[in-house]
Design a protein around this ligand. Structure first.
Ligand code: NAI
Length: 484
């Protein structure tokens, strides 16, 4: 029998986890549970990642953790336990399935518009690296990492999952029209992987258009894959389409460890009152059973849940206010009482093993994620971000003095908009400029050249940061300023 780690969490976590495990036990789910110490209460004991070393060891040896919501400790610089867990264990794909649940009224269910959308969100990269700096007193910078191997991992998972699920369409949501290099890379990898799955219709859509279409024609989407922040927002939008976070399961999938959890919080306002709705955690648990290939147990429980919802049974946070609501334990019992019954809509088949996406295997050491493309690399110039409250002309005069024999000053921009040599007097300025220098003769530069320029310029300005302007096989690996 497989053993999984269970972290009950904080607030309503223990109540809803107990309710779900009670349902699992009643259904004779062939799993054993190793309860681990993880959550805000563990953080308060002095474990800064929110788990004891024993908990970490157990989770790492079992490969699956089923977790309740966890409170984010308050305080500057303190990271969320949930995000730390996802990043520590490289659960690179966040999979959330949103399906019409009859009995949970939404504008779409009332109109008979069926929804069955799976969002796969990249879970590690993007602005979630949390690498942020104040460059001047007025200017904050967040680094947004999108990597080729990181994108490859999650996009490949999305295609594999879509194929196993029997999906017809897979869509990449992005903002590559604006973030041409970062989202452009994600989109490029998407179409690269798409070539290996000719049976799936692969297309892409700009994320704002995606949001509009999701709220007008949600039934036209199937599997959607996105970068981290956009995926975060779009998946909560989809939760709203099917009735809210109380009905939104979530799986964080990695090659070695996967985390199954509800996406709502710890609901401190109702904690300990036996009022919480366990549906989201139960749906996440059903996803976990499918992931483990326990399709019969998953189908029995899901059919009973759907039947229960269809028959109007509800907790206090949803459903018909005219009928009395049940507490957490009675709601769980109602589901158990409906084992063996089939819902009128979307009954699940226990023989269907298409959802099995289990990838658990163990490694002593993770390989470096690295793509091994051969590129002719050249440093074509450098962007030096400087602090100043001078006007662009005056900045240029000073910068030109430092260009020397190797560099030429090609542009000065402010918040990404060129303000020298051409620009508009209507462009607002903040006290940080980007002075872009390029090689004077087009020949490649080296790092010493760049450091020389940095040292020279620092005589006149505070240099806040710098970025090399790389060229690969003659192609610019950097963006141009607006108007450049
Ligand atoms: P929340 O989701 O805990 O609560 C928002 C509202 O939804 C509250 O009125 C609450 O009573 C209700 N609610 C949430 N889950 C419910 C359920 N299962 N049944 C019935 N009602 C439910 O969000 P909030 O208040 O912003 O966050 C509270 C704490 O939870 C914070 O410390 C936050 O960091 C943490 N959190 C943890 C998450 C996780 O562990 N994955 C996700 C989101 C928040």
């Amino acid at each position: 029998m497989t053993t999984i780690a269970v972290a009950k969490g904080d607030g309503i976590g223990p109540e809803i986890m107990d309710a779900v495990l009670h349902i699992f036990n009643a259904a004779n789910v062939p799993l054993k549970y190793d309860i681990v110490e993880m959550g805000k209460w563990v953080f308060d004991k002095g474990f800064s990642n929110g788990m004891t070393p024993e908990a970490q060891q157990t989770i790492e040896s079992l490969g699956i953790v089923f977790k309740g919501p966890m409170e984010t400790p308050k305080g500057k610089g303190v990271k969320s336990i949930n995000v730390t867990a996802r990043k520590t264990w490289n659960t690179y794909a966040n999979k959330r399935t949103f399906q019409t649940l009859y009995g949970v009224d939404t504008v779409f269910s009332k109109d008979g518009i069926p929804i069955d959308i799976t969002i796969v969100r990249e879970n590690i990269e993007d602005t979630y690296g949390g690498i942020e700096h104040m460059l001047t007193h007025d200017v904050a910078l967040s680094r947004r990492f999108i990597t080729r191997p990181g994108s490859m991992q999650v996009i490949r998972y999305a295609f594999e999952m879509a194929k196993k699920k029997g999906a017809k369409r897979i869509t990449c949501g992005h903002k590559a029209n604006i973030m041409k290099i970062t989202d452009g890379l994600f989109l490029e990898v998407f179409y690269e992987v798409a070539k290996e799955y000719p049976e799936l219709k692969a297309d892409d859509i700009i994320v704002d258009d995606l949001c509009m279409k999701l709220v007008t024609r949600p039934d036209t989407f199937d599997v959607v894959v996105l970068t981290n922040l956009q995926g975060d927002i779009v998946s909560d939008l989809c939760a709203g389409l099917v009735g809210g976070l109380g009905f939104a399961p979530s799986a964080n999938i990695g090659d070695h460890i996967s985390i199954f959890e509800a996406v709502h919080g710890t609901a401190p306002d109702i904690a300990g009152k036996n009022l919480a709705n366990p549906t989201a955690l139960l749906l996440s648990g059903i996803g976990m059973l499918q992931h483990l290939g326990l399709m019969e147990s998953a189908a029995t429980i899901e059919n009973a849940l759907l039947y229960t919802l269809e028959s109007g049974v509800h907790t206090g946070d949803f459903g018909n206010k005219q009928t009395p609501s049940l507490g957490t334990t009675d709601f769980a019992q109602a589901i158990i009482n409906n084992f063996g019954k089939k819902p009128a809509h979307n009954p699940k088949l226990d023989t269907d093993d298409t959802a099995n996406t289990c990838t658990v295997y163990k490694l002593d050491k993770n390989p470096m994620l690295e793509s091994n493309e051969l590129v002719g690399e050249k440093i074509a110039g450098v962007d030096l971000f400087i602090e100043s409250n001078l006007q662009p002309e005056d900045i240029a005069k000073k910068c030109l003095r430092h260009a020397g024999v190797k560099f030429k000053l090609v542009s000065i921009s402010n918040r990404g908009t060129q303000v020298w040599p051409t620009g508009s007097r209507f462009t607002n300025l903040v006290n940080q400029y980007n002075a872009r220098f390029e090689s004077i003769d087009g020949e490649g530069l080296n790092q010493q050249d760049v450091i020389g320029l940095y040292a020279s310029l620092s005589g006149d300005f505070k240099v806040c940061s710098l970025e090399l302007l790389n060229m690969w096989n003659g192609i610019k690996a950097y963006s141009l300023a607006q108007g450049q």
